[in-house]
Design a protein around this ligand. Structure first.
Ligand code: SF4
Length: 349
């Protein structure tokens, strides 16, 4: 099939604030602002940013757990907003989710085997023999012994539960898995095992991942491309290699500078920005990063910078680092945010 597996176009999500006698109906939380990107088959696109930047809202919009204020989500060329309840159920087979907290996302009353096969049984009747064979196969795929299929989630470790969540997501043979902070609740050693498992599954099955994380170490390890979000907007989208070697947007630069360095002989570089992320109810005018940005100029507080493609194939929204000189800003905003840098893993068409 031609075209990207997943295409997100100008997605916007505003939550009106309501209630109370002093309620001001004009107040809205601008959770997601004009977000566009695409994901290819067999690719891992990571979305990274501080808490409250809108990355988890993007995940919910993709799964249609919340409705967008504006914009479109196309899965294999089909606008998911156009799907009725029945068709949406089918569409969700192709796009599955793995959650942050493996314990609360698993039904505590079902056994591991029942948890894995439950999604499939929503679509087809299975004999007990077929059910057990499917559960054993999926458990094996995620590195768990088939014997645990009779255990409850409370009888499993955190890593085993997350493997179980991945097995459940795999049961419907999805084209893409959205992993929202999928390893952040796990110990570091278990995190590495789960990340390696996801990469192995991608190589074996050609699954795409949209991997949402605040952890740059995790993103660098697993991502082919990385989109950096700040206060509801993508500010830079590049191949992981290019982004970590040479961040262009001042916010990306600050995030990378602030990330812990695993090598004790290497000095940590202080983050060149200070202060908190502003409220999405009243974001700063122009570039929302301007109150914290060491490079801010007068123009930065007046105009929202468009995402501009720069020569190495990435897109960046910054008046100083990626000036729109000679580029029609409307055209620039309409660029396909699929930065052209190649990604190294196997891709199945
Ligand atoms: Fe900083 Fe201005 Fe670039 Fe925003 S547009 S990141 S304020 S230099």
């Amino acid at each position: 099939m031609k075209g990207p597996l997943l295409k997100v176009e100008n997605l916007v999500k505003h939550y009106p604030l309501g209630g109370g006698i002093f309620n001001n109906n004009s107040l809205v939380v601008r959770a997601v602002q004009d977000v566009s990107f695409s994901v290819e088959r067999g690719e891992t696109l990571c979305i990274v940013g501080e808490s409250g930047c809108g990355k988890s809202t993007v995940a919910r919009l993709l799964m249609r757990l919340v409705e967008p204020t504006e914009g479109r989500v196309l899965l294999e060329g089909i606008d998911i907003a156009s799907l009725n309840k029945h068709a949406l159920r089918d569409g969700r087979r192709r796009m599955q989710m793995v959650f942050q907290d493996p314990y609360s996302s698993l039904n505590p009353r079902l056994t591991a085997g029942q948890i894995i096969t439950e999604p499939v049984e929503n679509f087809e009747r299975m004999t007990r023999k077929k059910r057990e064979a499917l559960a054993a196969d999926l458990l094996k795929k995620v590195g768990l012994a088939p014997e645990i299929m009779h255990r409850l989630p409370s009888e499993l470790s955190g890593g085993q539960r997350q493997r179980l969540g991945i097995a459940r997501a795999l049961s419907l043979n999805p084209a893409i898995i959205i992993a929202d902070e999928a390893v952040s609740a796990l110990d570091v050693s278990v995190q590495a095992q789960i990340l390696n498992l996801l990469m192995d599954l991608q190589e074996e099955l050609g699954i795409a991942f949209l991997f949402i994380s605040h952890d740059l170490g995790v993103v660098e390890h697993i991502g082919h491309r990385v989109a950096v979000m700040y206060l509801g907007r993508i500010v830079e989208l590049a191949s992981a290699e290019a982004l970590f070697a040479n961040p262009v947007h001042p916010y990306t630069e600050a995030l990378i500078a602030a990330a812990p360095v695993p090598d004790p002989t290497q000095a940590r570089v202080e983050a060149p920005v200070e202060g908190e992320v502003p409220s999405p109810v009243k974001p700063p005018s122009g570039c929302a990063f301007h109150p914290r940005c060491p490079l801010a100029e007068e123009r930065c507080s007046l105009e929202v910078p468009a995402l501009i493609p720069i020569p190495d194939g990435r897109v960046v929204a910054c008046h100083v680092r990626a000036p729109a000189t000679g580029v029609d800003s409307q055209v620039a905003q309409a660029v396909d945010t699929h930065a052209s840098a190649p990604y190294p893993k196997n891709v199945t068409d």
